[in-house]
Design a protein around this ligand. Structure first.
Ligand code: IPD
Ligand code: CA
Ligand code: CA
Length: 280
């Protein structure tokens, strides 16, 4: 991230804390809606794909706050944000990741703010208010959970391994079933599905799962999480040279050892990436 690379470490650290406090404030706005959930209007964007007034309000807050803090940067977000910048850096945001859980009064939802520069994610902050989890990190910024550096992750042990999965409702049932079959029959490991990509990525960071496998996630779902995980030795299969911010992703992340085991699956169900399916 050029703006960060050229700045002294203290500026990099301060960018991290600025973004962290924006994420925290955004989470508080979402929380205030959660307290009056019965009156929050819910619309269907697609089959099992919801959006609420809270998503739109949090996104509007994030655009304003990020533009105020970083006036030369662009902002791109799930609910339509598409502000051009001049710095080359774009903040890719998901105001509420896990809206379905949010609408049902669940705990697994989070605000996600990721930095994208030179066609790569390079820094992010994820805040899950109901879980009291703030995960921040990326290039030049140490990964920290609630302000604390994270311990190194255990080596893959197939006798007790599991992966998080995210299978978007728009993905063909045969592909979703193939993911479950492959995990169960070929890898013979467990899987977890919480309905929020960000929380699934946090679970990888904390060592609760060994990786995450997703069909149909968007760039804003993973823009913050992947650079945070990169610092912990977690790789992924996304070739950022071949996709743009509107892409729908089919990918896995985890240790290189896990990815080697998952790649045959992605050869069959992973080559159907759809560019241009997002907004503007
Ligand atoms: C969704 C969640 C879900 C993932 C979907 C995403 P949203 O985000 O992260 O876990 O499987 O692909 O679209 O719609 O709740 O922001
Ligand atoms: Ca999302
Ligand atoms: Ca969302």
């Amino acid at each position: 991230m050029a703006a960060i690379r050229d700045e002294p470490t203290s500026s990099i650290g301060s960018m991290g804390s600025v973004v962290e406090s924006i994420a925290r404030e955004a989470g508080e706005i979402a929380l205030s809606h959660l307290q009056s959930l019965a009156s929050v209007s819910v619309e269907n964007k697609g089959h099992l794909d919801l959006v609420t007034k809270a998503d739109r309000e949090v996104e509007a807050f994030l655009i304003a706050a990020l533009r105020r803090a970083f006036p030369n940067d662009g902002v791109y977000g799930e609910e339509g944000a598409n502000v051009a910048g001049s710095s080359g850096r774009v903040w890719v945001i998901d105001p509420i990741d896990g809206t379905f859980n949010f609408v049902r009064g669940g705990q697994d939802w989070a605000v996600s703010i990721g930095s994208y520069e030179d066609r790569r994610p390079d820094f992010g902050a994820i805040y899950a208010p109901m879980r009291n989890l703030m995960l921040v990190g990326g290039k030049h910024v140490e990964t920290r959970l609630n302000g604390e550096p994270m311990p190194s992750l255990p080596k893959l042990d197939l006798s007790r391994a599991s992966v998080g999965i995210g299978l978007h409702p728009s993905v063909a049932t045969e592909d979703r079933l193939e993911v479950l079959r492959y995990i169960s029959d070929e890898l013979r490991i467990g899987f977890r599905c919480c309905g929020a990509a960000t929380l699934s990525l946090i679970a990888v960071a904390t060592g609760e799962t060994d990786g995450y496998l997703a069909l149909g996630d968007s760039t804003w779902d993973v823009m913050a999480g992947l650079p945070i995980l990169g610092n912990l030795g977690i790789s992924h299969t996304i070739n950022w040279d071949h996709i743009d911010l509107r892409a729908k992703l089919r990918f896995a992340c985890g240790s290189e050892e896990l990815l080697a085991k998952v790649r045959p699956l992605l050869k069959t169900v992973g080559n159907k990436m759809m560019n241009g399916a997002g907004h503007g």
